[in-house]
Design a protein around this ligand. Sequence first.
Ligand code: TMP
Length: 212
Amino acid sequence: GACNNESRGALIVLEGLDRCGKTSQSSRLVSYLEGLGHSAELWRFPDRTTSVGQMISAYLLNQSELDDRTIHLLFSANRWEKRSMMETKLKAGTTLIVDRYSYSGVAFSSAKGVDLEWCKAPEIGLLAPDLVLYLDMPPEKASERGGYGDERYEHLEFQKKVAQCYQILCDPSWKMVDACQPIEDVQKQLQKIVLDNVLACRKGKPLSLLWS
Ligand code: TMP
């Protein structure tokens, strides 16, 4: 049936520096899965549509100032407010392609100097992704892309620190994809990894929680 674990959707997260191509690759992945007849949705964090998300958005647009730990907890709350919907969708068989998740939360806040373990703590108990795709691009290259510098964190020196924090967080299960390749080549590599994962989740791979 549609509601048992055997047919659940996959929780697939794309991570990487600002302007590495995550957003366009994420929406292409959803189209790809839908084209194969799978149920799939594009999600993103921060989700700026909620009231917490609007506070985050104002901060990112430099329209408000917040203490580093306060904004960290708002980003985390923004994931917690979506958690039950996330679980419902996955259990109903929908694969979620998520543009940024807890790893962004921890990497960006710890890049400011906030203690790594403190950053992880509010994320404990959120659903763990079945797959993390890291779109790898040197900070210098990402900074040459259009629109860079529009938001608070889009500064080369800061992004270099974020890249180092992602290095600390990444584990051997992450799939690293060279995001400097042509967009079609990146997409082909992502498609194969994602499809394998979607099929594994359908076969009954259990959901797990962060950080395990
Ligand atoms: P976006 O450009 O993907 O919408 O992300 C907005 C910015 O917020 C981006 O610079 C990464 C940062 N961020 C955090 O600092 N913490 C988080 O938890 C998330 C999801 C994003």
